[in-house]
Design a binder for this molecule. Structure first.
Ligand code: SF4
Ligand code: SF4
Length: 394
């Protein structure tokens, strides 16, 4: 959960204002194009200074301040590079909470709490529609999986459940699990948003806690011991936020799908039978990489697929540039998200890559959106969808 800004004075004062983080912050450098503005407040050092002003009660929230605090992508790149060990994202999230308490949030987020509380998902849609993603190809399979007792659960997440362009991701996971004859369950309408948007906005209300407890209790009710996530945001929240909210360690093994799949490959349970002749690049999702330290699992899987030539970008793993789609900026300022996404696309194109792979619905969506406005031609796929192709399960 977000720390309170009033408790972070020492954390804030650790910043020596050296400016090292300015060189790598995507919202300072990459969002606006080469001739764009470089307002100090759109980067980490400026955000820390604004946080100090708020912490000291010397700054009152202004429209620009709110915008710049909420436009941070929470990508954690500044944290990785800071020589003084400043946890910038912790400070920024505490500032968001402080602003939320002063009722100073971007208009786009003002109804977030209400929507989540009422609908249990980020899109404000009916929970009945949580299984829309199954209707194209896997409806018959899923019928027997919903709310059944099983050791393994697949937590689908709001994005894969409701957003048509992302339906292929959960569908691919289901086809994979069926092919491997793994007994699993899906919560369907009983799955609530993981709560990540609450935490990104700094909302630590009792409602935010209820979401965690509901999801945990439902998993317990159906005898679940292992949970698989494709969305790094859901995975991160379950792994790093839920234990605090639950008050003890969770009684589950949590796997990002790439960890689960890598394990199956190692055990010899996955054999690829189709060549994919592509020059492939990988988009490290910030929430999976820098936040959860999962860098190698997706790479190991990609390199096992026959025919693939894997091309590593110069900036990779902890140095990777964000896709632009994180931290709620896609909701508050899509221009920033698309600007960063376009820069990332350029990196792939300049490396003679013809297929971008990622394993995060937010990365996939933002890169697709950036591609649409770029006029460029490059294939973007979620890793699970590629696996299904390589296993000939389409
Ligand atoms: S956050 Fe770290 S890298 Fe950035 S200005 Fe402060 S001390 Fe330097
Ligand atoms: S988390 Fe990312 S976007 Fe936010 S200040 Fe740090 S480098 Fe910039």
């Amino acid at each position: 959960m977000a720390s309170k800004l009033k408790d972070l004075k020492i954390d804030i004062l650790k910043c020596a204002r050296c400016g090292t983080c300015r060189s790598i912050c995507p919202t300072l450098n990459d969002a606006w194009g080469e001739d764009g503005p470089t307002w100090e407040t759109t980067g980490p050092r400026g955000r820390i200074l604004m946080s100090y002003g708020l912490q000291q009660n010397k700054l009152k929230p202004s429209k620009k301040m709110v915008q710049d605090i909420f436009n941070c992508l929470i990508c954690n790149r500044c944290v990785e590079i800071c020589p003084s060990g400043v946890d910038t994202t912790k400070i920024i999230q505490a500032s968001r909470k402080d602003l939320l308490d002063q009722n100073a949030v971007p208009i786009e987020l003002s109804k977030l709490h209400e929507i989540l509380e009422k609908n249990k998902n980020i899109y404000g849609l009916d929970q009945e529609d949580r299984l829309l993603w199954t209707e194209m190809n896997v409806e018959d399979i899923i019928e027997d999986r919903i709310l059944k007792k099983a050791e393994v659960a697949f937590f689908v997440g709001c994005q894969g459940s409701f957003r048509g362009s992302l339906f292929g991701i959960p569908e691919a996971v289901v086809l994979l699990l069926e092919n491997l004859k793994i007994d699993y369950t899906i919560l369907g309408e009983e799955e609530w948003c993981c709560g990540s948007p609450f935490y990104l906005v700094g909302d630590d209300s009792e409602t935010a806690r209820e979401f965690a407890i509901h999801n945990i209790e439902k998993m317990l009710e159906f005898g679940v011991k292992k949970i698989i996530f494709t969305c790094p945001g859901c995975y991160r929240v379950w792994k790093h936020v839920y234990p605090d909210l639950y008050g003890k360690e969770l009684p589950f093994e949590l796997y990002h799908s790439t960890e689960f799949i890598k394990k199956l490959i190692k055990e010899g349970k996955i054999k690829f039978n189709k060549e994919i002749k592509k020059k492939v690049g990988y988009q490290d999702p910030c929430e999976l990489g820098r936040h959860c330290k999962i860098y190698e699992e997706p790479r190991t899987i990609i390199k096992k697929i026959p025919g693939i030539i894997f091309k590593e970008l110069k900036e990779n793993r902890k140095d990777s540039l964000c896709c632009g789609g994180g931290g709620l900026a896609k909701v508050t300022d899509n221009q920033i998200s698309l600007g960063v996404g376009s820069k990332k696309l350029k990196d792939f194109l300049e490396n003679d890559i013809d297929m971008i792979l990622t394993c995060c619905p937010a990365c996939y969506q933002n890169l697709i959106d950036a591609l649409e406005i770029s006029g460029e031609d490059i294939e973007i796929l979620d890793l699970h969808e590629l696996l299904i192709k390589a296993l000939d399960l389409e």
